[in-house]
Design a protein around this ligand. Structure first.
Ligand code: NAD
Length: 376
């Protein structure tokens, strides 16, 4: 099959959907790859490396003109115009972006959004949310350490003792767990909060303290169990008690990493302006939910500004919305392996693309076919 790998053009996007490593495997399976000039350069993959892997280097029209196009982000209108009806597309296409999916469907493209894969054991090797969130959690701490004007570890020096940084992690999914692990390696003292009770043990196993907010009603307990491993919106009664506990920790924190999300909904507000005011000057908040707040601008903190770093009330708020793109080479390497694993379900060796709807992963990821959006 003719496979196209375009250069990503979304602002700040440095990742690429196929690396020379995965390209070599696809070529070995009998496919022909057309990689756009410079597609991997920002992720440390040169055109020469793709050529050595057996790919042809082409222009934008060549990459989008393939039978199967492998992308990181959704194609824009100009890119869609280069795709023939009947083209197959695999990428992180944002299954909650109704307008974006409608445009893809209108172009007659058969599209698969990898973020929609179920969080099951079989889907783990193609779980792009996990592979990228893991990187985001790591980089969030590195960015925070860079912005923070003090040490993370406790240090005893001849010039005196330096206290360890206090880090609070809000939302302990894949990104939050990696943030805890990374902050721990740097020597911080960490406390973490999540709505899901199963998280407590994981937090403690990483050497952090769980901020306990007991469930007082059956409704609270049921909501906290979530659905499919994901959180559901918690009743206001629980959120109020969580706010009191979180506010105490945030006031003492040097660094807050917030990652709390509920799929398909606005990010919950966990750090109010009042809490930001209570923080010490020089403290840092890295808000991974930036741009996902109710207004589409704020995140877990309403003062966060998407894709900007701002100082408010003496606190530095980092609103970087694409932290994995700051670790482009490894983020691409892991994403490209996720893509390769997904292709095993739809693209047999040497064969034509198939859409086996009896496969739960394929069925969940299919977002556009025959001019129709397949999910909302
Ligand atoms: P996510 O990015 O959707 O959300 C991040 C975290 O925010 C979650 O832990 C969520 O519980 C938390 N959160 C939501 N509202 C909150 C609030 N008000 N206060 C505090 N925290 C709040 O989550 P994710 O990283 O995508 O992980 C979702 C789930 O999927 C987790 O249970 C994870 O363990 C699971 N998972 C399973 C597999 C698998 O089995 N293959 C793979 C990856 C992840």
């Amino acid at each position: 099959m003719l496979i196209g790998v375009p250069l990503e053009t979304s602002r700040g996007e440095t990742r690429v959907a196929v690396t020379p490593e995965t390209a070599k495997k696809l070529v070995g399976q009998g496919h022909r790859l057309q990689v756009e000039t410079g597609a991997g350069v920002a992720a440390s993959a040169t055109d020469a490396a793709y050529t050595a892997a057996g790919c042809e280097i082409t222009d934008k029209a060549g990459a989008f003109g393939a039978e199967l196009v492998l992308k990181v982000r959704s194609p824009d209108a100009n890119e869609l115009a280069l795709m023939k009806p009947g083209t197959f597309l695999v990428g992180m296409l944002n299954p909650f972006d109704a307008a974006g999916l409608a445009a893809i469907a209108a172009a007659g493209v058969t599209a698969f959004a990898l973020e929609a894969a179920p969080r099951t054991t079989r889907a783990q090797s193609m779980d792009v949310l996990s592979s990228q969130a893991n990187i985001a959690g790591y980089k969030a701490v590195i960015v925070a350490a860079d912005r923070y004007q003090r040490f993370f570890p406790m240090l005893m020096t001849a010039a005196g003792t330096v206290k360890a940084a206090r880090v609070v992690v809000l939302g302990v999914g894949v990104a939050g767990l990696q943030a805890i692990a990374t902050a721990k390696r740097l020597g911080a003292v960490i406390e973490a909060s999540d709505v899901r009770p199963s998280v407590k043990e994981q937090v403690e196993s990483l050497g952090a303290k769980f901020i306990d907010v007991p469930y007082e009603t059956a409704e609270e307990k049921e909501a906290a169990e979530g659905v499919g491993g994901y959180a559901r919106p918690m009743p206001p009664s629980w959120l109020e008690r969580q706010k009191v506990e979180v506010a105490k920790r945030v006031a003492q924190a040097d660094v807050v990493i917030s990652t709390a999300l509920i799929p398909g909904r606005a990010a919950p507000v966990l750090i109010t302006e009042e809490m930001v005011r209570s923080m010490k000057p020089g403290s840092v908040i890295v808000d991974l939910a930036a741009g996902k707040g109710a207004d589409g601008v704020g995140g877990n903190c309403p003062l966060t500004e998407a894709d900007r770093t701002v100082v408010k009330h003496g606190v530095t708020l980092v609103g970087e919305t694409n932290l994995p793109a700051l670790v482009a080479a490894d983020a691409s390497a892991l994403y490209a392996r996720n893509v390769l694993d997904f292709l095993k379900l739809v693209l047999p060796k040497d064969g034509a693309f198939t859409v086996p709807m009896d496969d739960d992963i394929v069925a969940a990821c299919l977002v556009a076919q025959s001019g129709e959006v397949r999910r909302k």
